[in-house]
Design a protein around this ligand. Structure first.
Ligand code: DGY
Length: 324
């Protein structure tokens, strides 16, 4: 009997047929079907040697329950905060991600969020759709300037660097915060200067969060840090929801202590903090920063490449942990 691989995601035909040559592939298309209950998910996972998941949770208990058979968890995402990587490592299960293939797509989206919230594109779209456009009114939708403004990037990994390169094209001044400053050659090339987080928050007109979610970055942007931001500043989160204390952000926006926010991710996805959606100066998208057509296909292909290499005992392009 061929070993079983479970794909808990949409997957393109080429990936399904490629994996199907060596494995019995079970695919639950999460894009076209309702979410599975934890029990149903557990039943499909049982007996699989490898699983591909997007950002669904794979916690320590699920990993332990499948540790006898499961060899590989291939995340179809760059983030792996939804997976208990420490538990996987303890059980000798390799975890992989899709870092690299979504860098440019997420950077495009981050800049899109700057423009959408700063220049009030989403608000103006709602106004026009609602039939309120009665003529070219000079006073309509004056927004925040972009050219010449300071952009603070929190998290200067590959996506942060790609975002910085784009922002330079918009004539923005760039500062960044990273736990460790990047090499001078990278900072020079992207034109960004390191600042302590508190300084970055106080100086930036736009703050983009691009940091992974870890115990250290959980609620990195909390009430006290929000209070450091300028009242004409915009907060943009395309990393992970829990990096921001969402209730504190909501309170800051409601009190007018910030000009606006653009969020692709939420603290308790898919739920939004009560009252967030009622705010006009907030752009809300459903965790789609990497969702351009080619990137989505490439994420699946890279996850499958990681999975096949790991099962074949070959070098794995994107390992997250070390096992065996
Ligand atoms: C990622 O790659 O981590 C994205 O959030 C997936 O949607």
């Amino acid at each position: 009997m061929r070993p079983r691989v479970y794909i808990h995601s949409w997957a393109p035909e080429d990936v399904l047929s490629d994996l199907g040559r060596d494995y019995a592939v079970d695919c639950y298309d999460t894009s076209a079907n309702p979410p599975l209950s934890a029990e149903a998910f557990g039943e499909r996972l049982a007996g699989a040697v490898a699983v591909m998941i997007h950002t669904s949770t794979l916690d320590g208990d699920m990993i332990a329950a499948n540790a006898e058979t499961l060899k590989v968890i291939a995340s179809i995402a760059v983030g792996t905060d939804h997976i208990d990587v420490a538990a996987a490592t303890r059980h000798g299960i390799l975890v992989t991600n899709t870092s690299g293939v979504l860098t440019e797509a997420v950077a495009d989206f981050a800049i899109g969020m700057v423009l959408a919230v700063g220049r009030r594109i989403a608000e103006a779209d709602r106004f026009t759709r609602a039939g309120h456009f009665q003529g070219n009114n000079f006073g309509l939708y004056w927004g925040g300037e972009v050219n010449g403004e300071t952009l603070g990037i929190v998290g200067m990994g590959r996506i942060g660097q790609a975002t910085a390169r784009r922002a330079r094209g918009f004539g923005m001044k760039l500062i960044y915060h990273n736990r460790n400053p990047v090499a001078d050659s990278i900072a020079d090339e992207v034109g960004a200067t390191w600042r302590p987080l508190e300084d970055l928050l106080g100086q930036s007109r736009y703050v983009i969060l691009l940091t992974p979610l870890t115990p250290e970055t959980h609620h990195l942007i909390d009430e006290s840090r929000l209070r450091l931001m300028r009242s004409d500043a915009y907060l943009i989160n395309v990393s992970r929801g829990p990096v921001v204390h969402e209730a504190a952000l909501l309170a800051a926006l409601q009190a007018g202590r910030l000009a606006g926010a653009a969020l692709d991710v939420y603290e308790n996805e898919p739920a939004l903090a009560d009252g967030l959606a009622a705010l006009e100066n907030v752009v809300l998208t459903p965790h789609v920063a990497s969702a351009d057509v080619a990137t989505r296909h490439n994420m699946l292909r890279l996850a499958a490449t990681n999975l096949k290499a790991a099962l074949a005992g070959e070098p794995v392009p994107n390992p997250v942990n070390r096992v065996g």
